[in-house]
Design a protein around this ligand. Structure first.
Ligand code: AMP
Length: 432
């Protein structure tokens, strides 16, 4: 008996028009990030496992239990990337970032993989759009990245989002903070689940990743990250807040934002939306001044963020797809097929931004027109509707006389004219 083939648990296929929404978001990313001088980087979907255990952190949830790790045919341990910053840094170190002009400005978009329990907004294969700025130690780097992020979100129609900002202690200050946190939680250690008990011992900062309501409330009274900042980090944080105010970036502060990856230093931030439900984070980011050196490169400060593209697309209320007029070319019978194909390619040449689709069946004008009406009613075709939907009706008379009949489906108006006038009529309309 044959088994039904299905996409693996936690993955989802993207078909039109959804795939077009993703493409449109990536198009806006390329435009906005490009306007700040950021170039696109594409790194492998799998990397050596060691890259992630060394960068994301052995004790993080991601490395501990969420990675897709497998041996290849030669027994090398590989992992499907759970995030993209480690791969970007690995690529830069490999390609000699010490020789590259600073700052280094990069963005990426692509699939990431985590073995999580799937639920609304949480998948095993999901997509991230991210940005990395390397070589800027000062708070102006953090401010540029955040200002650019908000420019991007606004370009997609999100005008009411707010960043939640924190500054986490680094180096020796981080050790003291970890100790204080452990002291605070230890009296309640007996009531912790096995996962949180492990966090408490191995890496108390990771307790902030806990979903256990008791731990969440326990941490509410915990020592604050801000109390443990060294003088320089405190100054960095204050400067950043001032720059953000001047740039008009909306933010609030929260000492509970620690982020689930070990490589962050100083600035961390998130943007969430209540409309997403339980999995409410749209994006997260921060500064990672130690990571490049940790992965074998020269000491290089860096800051970046990663947006969950699936969550972003699910929140969008505006259609980011470009408006394209649609021409639905209908040959009356098989005898007009060749003529229809010729008219269609002429229309494409005249209007490169239009969609020109041919009804290849040649089942008659009536059937072709009712198909065009269906297209007009299809919400997925909204972008095309906004640019106008027209049927190009081609019967034996049109073919013999070298003419076309074009019916505007919004107004019902119809006109027959020589095919040689297509450029004049539609090419000119585009210029206006
Ligand atoms: P992180 O790399 O964990 O900081 O995540 C950055 C963003 O990626 C989050 O704010 C989410 O929007 C998105 N994200 C992370 N994990 C998943 C997942 N399993 N499914 C969908 N989106 C995710």
């Amino acid at each position: 008996m044959s088994v039904k083939l299905r996409a693996p648990k936690g993955t989802h296929d993207l078909l039109p028009p959804d795939s077009e929404k993703y493409a449109a978001v990536e198009h806006v990313a390329r435009r906005v990030f490009g306007s700040f001088g950021y170039g696109e980087i594409r790194t492998p979907v799998f990397e050596s496992t060691e890259l992630f255990s060394r960068s994301v952190g052995e004790t993080t949830d991601i490395v501990h239990k969420e990675m897709y790790t497998f041996p290849d045919r030669k027994g090398r341990s590989l992992t499907l990337r759970p995030e993209n910053t480690a791969g970007v840094v690995r690529a830069l170190v490999e390609h000699g970032l010490q020789e590259m002009p600073r700052p280094i400005r990069l963005w990426y978009a692509g699939p990431q993989f985590r073995y999580e329990q799937p639920q609304a907004g949480r998948y095993r294969e999901f997509r991230q759009i991210g940005v990395e700025l390397l070589g800027v130690a000062g708070s102006a780097g953090d401010a540029e990245v955040l200002a650019m992020l908000f420019r991007f979100l606004e370009a997609l129609g999100f005008t009411d989002l707010t960043a939640t900002l924190n500054c986490i202690p680094s180096g020796a200050a981080r050790e003291s903070f970890s100790l204080a946190l452990r002291e605070h939680v230890r009296p309640k250690a007996a009531s912790l689940g096995p996962e949180d008990a492990r966090r408490l011992e191995e890496n108390p900062l990771r307790l902030f990743d806990s979903k256990d309501p008791e731990v969440v409330s326990l941490l509410r009274g915990a020592p604050s990250t801000l109390e443990f900042l060294d003088e320089e980090s405190r100054r960095h944080h204050e400067e950043l807040k001032e720059l953000l105010r001047q740039a008009g970036v909306r933010f609030t502060e929260s000492a509970a934002i620690v982020r689930g990856l070990d490589y962050y230093t100083r600035t961390v931030f998130e943007v969430a939306s209540e409309r997403l439900g339980a999995q409410n984070a749209i994006l997260g980011g921060g500064r990672y001044d130690g990571l490049v050196a940790h992965l074998g490169g020269p000491p290089t400060p860096a800051v970046g963020f990663a947006i969950g593209e699936d969550r972003l697309v699910s929140l969008m209320t505006t259609d980011a797809r470009p408006e394209r007029p649609l021409f639905w070319v209908v040959p009356d019978s098989k005898d007009e097929l060749a003529y229809a194909l010729a008219v269609a390619s002429e229309l494409r040449a005249v209007m490169p931004d239009a969609t020109v689709e041919s009804d290849l069946a040649g089942r008659g004008i009536g059937k072709g027109l009712s198909r065009a009406a269906q297209i007009l009613a299809d919400p997925g075709r909204h972008a095309q509707r906004a640019g106008g939907v027209r049927a190009v009706l081609l019967g034996s008379r049109e073919r013999e006389d070298g003419k076309v009949t074009i019916k505007d489906l919004a107004t019902g108006e119809q006109e027959t004219f020589p095919r040689t006038e297509l450029a004049e009529r539609f090419g000119a309309a585009r210029e206006r």
